[in-house]
Unconditional design. Structure first.
Length: 257
């Protein structure tokens, strides 16, 4: 999820307004670092912005939850899961107190917490959180919103990681159907789901079913993950020369990283 800041909808005294501008400036700088892949540099800027905003809005304002979530994500991407979880739980607590029970931001907090639980091996609670998030997002945004598809995809990834490929395929197919119907879904989300579903087909030795999905994914983006899976399919279907060409492309992409 992308990070954002708030527009203060109430009048404030001049010093507070100045402080708010400083908070916005720190937040913009943090977002720029995140977009450039520099989470460690974004973290202190998010913290400065959060500290100022808490003084102006109070510690339980919904926008504080948004900022806590953005900071949590910087920790999550660096695999600092304990810190990420603490911030995520605080954001979730604020949203439960201040938002309607079907508000999409509440669903997003539950989904973020599910990702942390999945990444730290708490698979049962992760599944429960994913399903709660899906239910809320469907109510708040509608069942065909791409945000729903993303969380269904993440739940499918949990199942696939546990070797439950039959249920994973059903969930990936559901996620794909949602994203394909949406005009707002980005191509990277579609590519990821196509690749994930194809990998499940490969695990079930359904190589011919996997191939058209991978070709669609590769038309969107020549990602290493999709190329690796495509090379597997080519070898399993006795097209070794084509697999060699794909593997050369993979080596070239890796050498350029």
């Amino acid at each position: 999820m992308s990070s954002s800041f708030f527009v203060l909808a109430i009048s404030v005294a001049a010093p507070a307004a100045d402080d708010l501008e400083s908070a916005k400036k720190f937040n913009r700088q943090a977002v720029a670092h995140v977009e450039a892949g520099r989470d460690s540099e974004a973290e202190p800027l998010y913290r400065q912005s959060l500290e100022i905003a808490e003084k102006i809005l109070g510690p339980e304002h919904p926008e504080i939850a948004t900022m806590l979530s953005a900071l949590s994500e910087t920790y999550f991407r660096r695999e600092h899961f304990r810190h990420a979880e603490q911030l995520c739980l605080r954001a979730l607590q604020i949203r439960r107190k201040t938002l309607a029970p079907d508000h999409a931001d509440l669903g997003r907090s539950l989904s973020n917490l599910a990702e942390i639980h999945r990444s730290t091996g708490r698979y049962g609670s992760a599944e429960t959180l994913y399903r709660q998030a899906i239910e809320i997002l469907e109510k708040g945004l509608g069942p065909t919103d791409p945000a729903v598809g993303v969380v269904v995809n993440n739940l499918a990834t949990l199942h696939a990681g546990l070797g439950h490929f039959d249920s994973a395929v059903q969930l990936y197919e559901r996620a794909l159907a949602i994203v394909e119907r949406s005009e707002d879904a980005d191509s990277r989300t579609l590519t990821s789901i196509l690749n994930n579903l194809a990998l499940c087909y490969v695990e079930r030795k359904m190589h011919r079913a996997a191939e058209p999905l991978l070709l669609r994914a590769l038309r969107n983006e020549r990602s290493i993950a999709a190329l690796e899976n495509y090379a597997i399919v080519l070898r399993k279907t006795k097209r070794g020369r084509q697999a060699d060409e794909i593997e050369r492309e993979i080596r070239g992409l890796r050498s350029g990283q």
